[in-house]
Every structure is written in structure tokens, then in C-alpha cells.
Design a protein around this ligand. Structure first.
Ligand code: WQD
Length: 341
């Protein structure tokens, strides 16, 4: 019997790549999305990649009646919850938008899961829950979560807290938080990738848009940090590797005979500076990217990257792609959406 997995936000950047990997692993993804951060065309492209079109329910994850209807009408083997706002900078400008959407959406999904008690649940969490990791650089799942530096980070911090408390009240639940580091890149087919709305907040889409001539130059926010070359360090993970980690998470939870609550870092285990990533992009794609150094961006963590031993021991998962693969696939995607040869 094919296992149906509800993917909220499944038409989005990470969601769509996860839907592809779910199909590839024999699951039947069911997407809940209202396309506020995506496009309907993504569904057809998923079919082009996999040969199968996922069933899509058009709607808002915060619509509790709709969500309850989905749980009543579909026999779900698992749920992966992506649908949330995720721009750190925007969350500082519009905190209520983030708290209401991200927390209400989680509660809307978690309620039927707790009522039914037996559906494995994977939560899209984030390394932002570590905040500025108290002078550490490499963080593991036991590294104390510190005060997040943005409302976005707080919604992930609070989300993990809600999941923890739900589990303490119902030990039969099977729950997993995946703490993403910096997702980058696109599907090697060039058919799906990141679709930032307006000016991108994140580094890699800004790099590829600058390479496409949309921006005059990239401004690197700060080059006097106490790091290898003065620019911030992150753990950049290829979005396909991240998608595969979600399938491994569902595989794992389905095998559990009793309740569990796990939290897993999903990164490469390697720190890469902004300047190193820019130079990798230039070298891999043979592009002379224009950039300059500008003022530091408030709220930026100086250096953080993942200890990924637990992902390997618990899920049998490790990343397979490196930043070279990711910047190549990111540029390939940018060229395909801009019709650049
Ligand atoms: C990376 C580095 C910037 C743009 C992201 C996601 C967040 C979470 C964590 C998953 C920083 C620098 C950027 C630019 C630059 N992921 N930069 N010039 O802030 O680490 O957060 O990962 O939950 O959702 O937003 O990512 O790509 O914004 O910045 O110099 O034009 O690139 O200062 O050092 P960040 P980012």
C-alpha cells in the first residue's frame, strides 16, 4: 500500500524538492499550498522530473477546518510541515505576520496529529534556534538554544517548544525537528529552484541575480569579522540533500514502534565564508561577479556550522553535494528562468 505523506508548503523551494524525493522513494505526496510563496507551474515541473503529478489541495495551513477535513479524507502515513514565512530580515519589520502565520499554522497541523496520535510528523526547524551560539562555531543538537536574533528564529524556537510540550503530554507521538542550516542550489534538471519574491534576502539568489544582470553588484555585508577572511561563515547545504533528509526522517519515524521526539541538524558539517562562496561561484561558473564590501547586517550570526554526526547515526543520512555543485545548480536554474543560454 503506497504511503501518503502530507507536505504543507509542498510547492515551495524546499517543499517541491522534497516532493520529488518522496516520489523517488515510493511515497505518495499530498501537497497543501496556497502558492503565496510559489507558482502553480512548479506542479507541472515536478511531473516533468518524476513522471507523476502530486495531488494538490489549494489552501492555507492556518485554516483549521480545511486541515481537519484533509486528515478526515486522507489516510496519511506522515506529515512534513514546511508552510511558514522564512525571511529573517522581513520578520524584524513584520513580526506579527510571522508569529500569527508560523505559530497558527503549526498549531493547526499539530492538533489533528495529537488527536489521532499515530501520524509521524516532521517539523521544518532552523539553525536560527541556536542564535549566536555563545562563541561556538560548530553546533550539535545538545548545544543550548540561545535567544534567537529575529522573530523568524523565535517562531522556530517556539515551534520546537510546542512540539516538546505536545510530546511530554502524549508520549505515543512520533515527532522530529530538522534544523536546517543554509539551503542553497536547485534541482540539477533546472526545472525547480528558489523563486524569491522581489529583492532576495538570501545570499545565493542575490549572487545568481547579479550574475544575470538584475543587480549591479553584490554587497557583502561586513568583512571585518573574526573569521577566516573577515566575512560571515555558514553551513551551505544543497537543497536536494536537504530534501533527501526529509525522506530519511519519515522512513525513520515510520519504523518506530513507540513514540519518540528527535531533533537533528541538517547541514554539511563544513563552514564556508561568504567570500569563499562567491569565489566558488565565480570559479565554477566562469563568471566575473561584481561585488563590494558594505556595512555589517544587523542580526547576522558571525559563524555557525553543523555537527552532523547525529543525522548520520540516527537517519543514515549525509550530504552528498558540496558548495561547488550547489552554485552550479543555482546558476543553471537562474539561467533557465531568465532564458539565458
Ligand atoms: C548568509 C550570509 C549575510 C545577502 C538563512 C535563512 C534562514 C535560515 C538560516 C533556514 C550572511 C550574507 C547575504 C547579501 C551578504 N535557514 N549576505 N549579502 O541570514 O544565514 O539565514 O539561513 O531556516 O531562513 O534566511 O542567510 O543567505 O541571508 O545570509 O553578504 O546580499 O550572506 O550577511 O552573512 P542567513 P543569508
Amino acid at each position: 500500500m503506497v504511503k501518503k505523506v502530507l507536505v504543507t508548503g509542498g510547492a515551495g523551494y524546499i517543499g517541491s524538492h522534497t516532493v520529488v524525493e518522496l516520489f523517488r522513494s515510493g511515497y505518495e505526496p499530498l501537497i497543501l499550498d496556497d502558492y503565496r510563496n510559489s507558482e502553480v507551474s512548479v506542479i507541472g515541473r515536478i511531473k516533468q522530473i518524476t513522471g507523476k503529478a502530486p495531488e494538490v489541495i489549494l489552501g492555507d495551513v492556518c485554516d483549521e477546518d480545511l486541515v481537519n477535513e484533509i486528515f478526515q479524507n486522507h489516510k496519511l502515513s506522515g506529515v512534513i510541515h514546511f508552510a511558514a514565512y522564512k525571511a529573517v530580515g522581513e520578520s524584524v519589520e513584520k513580526p506579527l505576520k510571522y508569529y500569527s502565520n508560523n505559530i497558527s499554522g503549526l498549531l493547526s497541523i499539530l492538533k489533528p496529529i495529537c488527536e489521532m496520535g499515530n501520524i509521524p510528523f516532521v517539523f521544518s526547524s532552523s539553525c536560527t534556534v541556536y542564535g549566536e551560539p555563545q562563541g561556538l562555531k560548530e553546533v550539535n543538537e545538545q548545544t543550548p538554544r540561545s535567544i534567537p536574533t529575529s522573530p523568524y528564529g523565535y517562531t522556530k524556537w517556539l515551534g520546537e517548544q510546542i512540539i516538546r510540550d505536545a510530546f511530554l503530554a502524549q508520549k505515543e507521538l512520533r515527532l522530529m525537528n530538522l534544523r536546517y542550516f543554509n539551503p542553497i542550489g536547485a534541482h540539477p534538471s533546472g526545472l525547480i529552484g528558489e523563486l524569491p519574491i522581489g529583492k532576495p534576502n538570501n545570499l545565493v539568489p542575490f549572487i545568481t541575480q547579479t550574475a544575470a544582470g538584475i543587480h549591479k553588484e553584490l554587497v557583502i555585508f561586513g568583512n571585518n569579522y573574526p573569521t577566516i577572511d573577515g566575512t560571515c561563515v555558514r553551513d551551505y547545504i544543497h537543497v536536494v540533500d536537504l530534501a533527501e533528509a526529509h525522506v530519511k526522517a519519515i522512513d525513520y519515524l515510520l519504523l518506530q514502534q513507540k513514540g519518540c521526539r528527535e531533533t537533528v541538524n541538517i547541514g554539511t558539517g563544513t563552514g564556508t565564508s561568504v567570500l569563499e562562496l562567491v569565489n566558488t561561484f565565480k570559479d565554477e561558473n566562469k563568471i566575473d561577479l561584481k561585488f563590494s564590501f558594505g556595512p555589517e547586517r544587523p542580526g547576522d550570526v558571525i559563524e555557525i556550522f553543523a555537527n552532523v554526526n547525529y543525522a548520520k547515526s540516527l537517519l543514515g543520512w549525509t550530504s552528498k553535494n558540496d558548495t561547488r555543485d550547489a552554485v552550479r545548480d543555482a546558476w543553471n536554474w537562474e539561467k533557465s528562468i531568465r532564458n539565458i543560454k
